[in-house]
Design a protein around this ligand. Sequence first.
Ligand SMILES: Nc1ncnc2c1ncn2[C@@H]1O[C@H](COP(=O)(O)OP(=O)(O)O)[C@@H](O)[C@H]1O
Ligand SMILES: [Mg+2]
Length: 340
Amino acid sequence: MGTGTSYAIQNKLGEGMCGEVYKAWDKNSRTSWAIKTLKRSNFNSLKELKNEAMKEIDALLKVKHHENVVNLKEYFQKGKHFCLVMELCRGGTLNDFILQRPKDMVNNLNFMKQLSSGVSFLHGQGVVHRDLKPDNILIEFNHLGDAVVKISDFGLAKVFIQTFNPSAQEKCISRKYMKTCCGTPFFQAPETQNFHYTHKADVFSLGAIFASMMLKQRVQINTSQVGVKRDLLVVCMGNLTIADYEIFFNMDYVLPSDLWINPHLVLLLNSLLRKDYHERPGAEQLRCAMERMTNKDVETDIWRELARRNEELEEKTIKKERKREKKLQRLNKCKKCTIL
Ligand SMILES: Nc1ncnc2c1ncn2[C@@H]1O[C@H](COP(=O)(O)OP(=O)(O)O)[C@@H](O)[C@H]1O
Ligand SMILES: [Mg+2]
């Protein structure tokens, strides 16, 4: 545990249910970092605050050194505050990044690949995030200026003692059940509400995040500041979230047919959102399938044109079929006439 004496706090970067996050300058490393301070007001005692902080720290320590997972530098306690020093993500949250830019399918595919890789790594390490959503995914830029997504906020993560080798990941981790209902509406798997779920709850959340990026629907929500609203990237059907929809109608959510991307990619995305978690792929399986996708698979002009040609072809075939039937009918009539 560090002492925290070398940091100079600068501006506030954001806040969530549990913590406030500040940009800080470290005079030792001469670099800027993000410091998350857990709010004492959210916990009954200092002991509880410390316990919760240690859970988040344990998870972060277990998933260090993956490009798509936020890196924890150190942590320290300052009076009644528990502080986590993390790499600074200059591009803000995925929520704001997507909403503030025009829809870009190639970028979406790139982010989907990175997130699949990140979650596959988490599950391989025996860590289930349990609160994947666009506000908990951050953006940093690499030395080329390309956006890199970072999975963040491990406050609700479940850490299993064993680490899992990625190829055996499915077999090992799928036998681990969890029962604490956690997550956030719009991105939370339906089975979490039955208090009996597995790591596949993260796969559902990924599906909901991917769908929200593709559709770019938004709702306005109130923030903690009275009178201030903000836009939230979601997938909703009227007042229903995907999970509500699946529970109420007992039907799997399927993406709209006019996305104009490779139908195989649509099938893959839909499979993440299956109500029955046994039918969802594992994160490693998803990572492999995503890796095979290329920019061509999301070039909407190609897929729209292909769909148009298919439609034309179908129409032509139907017309031909009708002509053939009519001819047959005429022939049959003639046959009957000659027999008579
Ligand atoms: N490493 C970081 N770099 C930049 N901003 C961050 C970082 N970590 C968190 N934030 C900002 O702070 C917000 C809240 O952080 P989060 O860890 O999600 O807290 P909570 O557990 O309270 O939800 C994020 O949505 C984001 O805006
Ligand atoms: Mg959060």
